[in-house]
Design a protein around this ligand. Structure first.
Ligand code: KG4
Ligand code: ZN
Length: 351
């Protein structure tokens, strides 16, 4: 068994994990242990992520979390065979912490180091669940910064079928929540409030629902939510749950319909849902119902592994190494890619 130590530090979560794999073997790599520190409490006062604070906090957390993971897995640093880190996309300063620590650890241990694409980590995170997917599949990647539908033919072969032309689904949740006065991060807060509301109370736009392609647009929805909050004025507090439910319903309907269109278009009968918004229960319910009707198998990451974590980074590295798709490097001159399209430099095919 070879062990990969994975470090995630692209945004507001410091995640560390160890994943074990057998080289040349086709068994899915296994998670040894993972540990996570969320910076939500620290950023909450500012209503969003403050990049410089994020970087500084990653520095404080990353080594204690590494020790925690080693203790939990019964491994020693010397047992680590490869050190992996999130190379991008994400906040430059935050990424540099993970890249720097991973490269320094690897150099000190005389082990190779490997940069991982954050979105590939999300995409492959369902491989950490008991019901791991098989290739090929269609992936719906819905995070705070990205909304993409992808045809995944095999490991590293990612063809973008459609993506957002403005805000990401997570941003639509977060910005709408902010307009309703909900705390950061808005997605989970809006989803909780929506449980008490009527999803049909407000008629909100379903942008690009009938555009005939697989692209998304959520900026108009945010504007419609803003208009509604202004119209409601003093009535907002008593109608907030209805507005939250209606907003969630609009986002979920567009995501579900476009995903089903992507499945129909590709003829693929397997779906993977990944990224922070994949934790949304209403989205899971709508996708599961639609997939059941079409006899499509749907795979989700475990709930706690939907948002950023180190396990998905270690898993993506282990899958690549196991498949012989990539060699880890012994060149410790690291760099980061704050903007890094998933279909570039990963052996992927652009649309
Ligand atoms: O994947 P992620 O942790 O970070 C990025 O790579 O962007 O996703 C974070 C996003 C945030 O926009 C957050 O509000 C959203 O995922 N999110 C949710 C839920 N949990 C997290 N949105 C809706 N419902 C949820 N339950
Ligand atoms: Zn993410």
């Amino acid at each position: 068994m070879k062990w990969v130590l994975g470090i995630e530090s692209s945004c507001d979560e410091t995640g560390v994990a160890v994943v074990g794999y057998e080289p040349g073997n086709h068994c899915t790599p296994v998670l040894g242990a993972h540990a996570l520190h969320s910076q939500i409490d620290m950023h909450q006062a500012y209503g969003g992520v403050v990049p410089e604070l994020a970087s500084r906090d990653h520095i404080r957390r990353v080594l204690p979390l590494t020790q925690e993971v080693l203790n939990a897995s019964g491994l020693k640093l010397a047992d680590i065979d490869v050190v992996a880190y999130t190379r991008g996309p994400g906040l430059a300063g935050a990424l540099l912490v993970g890249a720097g620590v991973a490269s320094a650890l690897a150099a000190a241990l005389d082990r190779p180091v490997m940069g991982v694409h954050h979105l590939e980590g999300h995409l492959l995170s369902p491989f950490l669940s008991a019901d791991a997917p098989a290739f090929p599949f269609v992936a719906l990647l819905v995070s705070g910064g990205h909304t993409q539908l992808m045809a995944v033919d095999s490991l590293g072969c990612y063809r973008i079928l459609g993506e957002t032309i403005d805000d990401a689904a997570g941003e639509a949740f977060d910005k709408s929540a902010k307009l309703m006065g909900l705390p950061y991060p808005g997605g989970p807060a809006l989803a909780r409030l929506a449980n008490d509301g009527d999803p049909q109370a407000f008629k909100l736009p379903r942008p690009l629902l009938h555009s005939g392609d697989l692209d998304f647009s959520f900026a108009g929805l945010k504007t419609a939510v803003l208009t509604q909050t202004q119209k409601l004025g003093d009535q907002l507090p008593e109608r907030k749950a209805d507005l939250a439910a209606s907003t969630q319903a609009a986002i979920v309907e567009v995501l579900t319909k476009k995903t089903m269109a992507a499945l129909a278009q590709t003829g693929v009968d397997r779906l993977v849902v990944a990224g922070g918004v994949g934790a949304n229960q209403r989205l899971r319910q709508a996708l599961s119902e639609a997939c059941q009707k079409r006899r499509v198998r749907v795979h989700y990451p475990e709930l706690h592994l939907c948002t950023d974590n180190g396990a998905m980074i270690a898993m993506a590295a282990a899958l690549r190494l196991q498949a012989g798709l990539e060699q880890a490097q012994r060149d410790y001159a690291f760099d980061v890619r704050p903007r890094w399209p998933l279909d570039e430099g990963l052996g992927a095919i652009p649309s």
